[in-house]
Write a protein that binds this ligand. Structure first.
Ligand code: SAH
Length: 475
């Protein structure tokens, strides 16, 4: 993709005077403030000319700390008759300006902040300016030297709530998860087309969280034509990306640095990669000189792509055939391969072995078979999307980590991850510590890991730090 040279926009951002100019509304809001009653609180009805959110007394604290979400419980009233996606001014109980935010009548998150600047105007120019800034910041990370896949826009943490844009080579995948971003979808697509000139912009707005926002699921081409094969080259490794049906936007870009670390740890090791998806960690481990890599995932489609990826990279042609057998054996008992073929003495086995199975079950089977590994990767899906699921998720994390500890040889390494927004880094470490204790092993943390740099975390939005990982060495 020939990304046009990005010039930072002029600062301060100058609002346009177009017909959608919210500045007129800002003027009206001044009148609202002026017409406050003796308690300094704007009265219901006075502000109805301008759709606005008024917060309950004292509930502006998180906004003053620049957290971009306004929860329904903090809202005193919504003036006017806005519909989801509208930009509203947010005011404290005294009518003072706090932010411009996108309204959503159907969500627990009543509004998500677009801007903290009263003079800002939320229009196409605003989005062009903000997206230009974000792309320039990504450019500054110099990631393109090693990878043509990158998260270009990371939602709230990039000041664009609900908007994710991933680059895979010449094309972009866009994922919209908020009513506000939904409203500006076409404008945003036009801006991305203009600034990045991709061959295709594909929309993967089909994540479960859309339902919580009252948004319909959408999956299809937005601009251009979808190439037959989408490939990402990451640190010299080639991965096919199924943008239409793969998970997330097709690939887990957030694990790039952690995959690269795995390569440096894998030499001469027997590796177990649980929740392997399209073989990311497995291929790095193989290139890093692993003695063997057993990879497990519940998705036959993901494993088929993993097999193709193995072949593309010439890392272990023999094993790719076995993968197709594994994934094609969907009707067979999930562990038949594990029992029949995955024995250390199997003469024909390549270094890579693939297994279509439920990891919770497979780990038990491996334990019962007395299998041992030197390096185990656990990168499960999101068990706890929010803190409400934390307890159940904690049991899941403890279970797989405990089993993994038991499968490690002395001196072995466990690379364990959680991408659950509802599980804090601190809690995750405690869960893993509990698992080690119950497994009867002593372990030390040798690395604290996070998402790659193209997934920045806004300091005022700790929810953005969803991915955490630990590399542990057992004694
Ligand atoms: N490590 C991968 C990403 C893992 S995503 C990478 O770097 O690309 C999580 C994976 O877990 C998905 O591929 C999903 O199919 C798989 N999965 C979810 N639940 C599972 C289960 N119970 N057993 C096995 N795999 C599972």
């Amino acid at each position: 993709m020939t990304q046009k040279k990005i010039k930072p926009p002029p600062t301060p951002h100058r609002p346009s005077q177009g017909s959608k100019d919210f500045r007129n509304r800002t003027k009206r809001s001044t009148q609202v403030t002026e017409s406050q009653n003796t308690h300094g609180v704007a009265q219901i009805g006075e502000a109805s000319a301008q759709p606005a959110i008024f917060l309950r007394v004292g509930r502006e604290k998180s906004l003053l700390r620049r957290h971009p979400w306004i929860f329904s419980g903090a809202v005193e009233r919504v003036d006017g008759a806005p519909v989801s996606g509208d930009t509203l001014v947010v005011r404290n109980a005294h009518g003072e300006f706090l932010a411009w935010a996108a309204y959503n009548a159907s969500s627990q998150i009543t509004a998500r902040v677009w801007s903290w600047g009263e003079a800002d105007v939320i229009n196409a120019e605003f989005f062009r300016s903000r997206i230009t800034n974000v792309l320039a910041a990504r450019d500054g990370l110099n990631l393109a030297r090693n990878s043509n896949g990158m998260r270009l826009i990371h939602a709230e943490s990039d000041g664009l709530p609900g908007l994710i844009v991933d680059q895979y080579g010449d094309m972009l995948v866009m994922q919209i998860g908020s009513a506000g971003a939904e409203r500006w979808r076409d404008t945003i697509a036009d801006i991305l087309q203009e600034l990045c000139n991709p061959v295709c912009i594909y929309e993967r707005s089909d994540s479960d969280s859309r339902a919580l926002e009252g948004l319909e699921l959408r999956n299809g081409v937005l601009r251009g034509t979808l190439p037959d094969n989408v490939e990402v080259i990451e640190n010299g490794l080639r991965f096919l990306v199924d943008v239409a049906a793969g998970q997330k936007t097709g690939f887990y870009l957030d694990q790039r640095d952690n995959r690269a670390l795995t390569e440096t740890l894998a030499r001469d090791k027997d590796v177990l990669n649980c929740f392997c998806y399209t073989g990311g960690f497995s291929l790095y481990a193989l290139r890093g000189g692993a003695k063997s890599v057993l990879s497990i995932d519940a998705s036959g489609d993901a494993l088929r792509i993993a097999a193709e990826n193995l072949t593309r990279n010439g890392l272990d042609a023999a094993a790719s055939t076995r993968c197709c057998e594994a994934s094609g054996a969907g009707e067979a008992a999930p562990h038949s391969l594990l029992r029949k073929e995955f024995t250390p003495t199997s003469k024909n086995a390549g270094r890579a072995e693939w297994l279509e199975a439920d990891v919770f079950q497979a780990l038990r089977t491996l334990r019962d078979q007395g299998r041992k590994f030197d390096l185990i990767i656990l990168d499960p899906p999101k068990f706890a999307p929010t803190a409400a699921f934390a307890e159940k998720a904690a049991r899941g994390y403890k279970d797989i980590n405990l089993l993994a500890f038991k499968l490690l040889r002395p001196g072995g390494l466990l690379c364990t991850y959680s991408c659950s927004g509802g599980i804090s880094e601190d809690l995750f470490q405690k869960i893993v510590a509990g698992a080690a204790l119950d497994a009867g092993v002593d372990a030390q943390i040798v690395h604290h890991l996070h998402a790659s740099a193209d997934h920045p975390v806004l300091l005022s939005f700790p929810e953005g730090a969803y991915l955490k990982g630990l590399v542990l060495r057992v004694a």
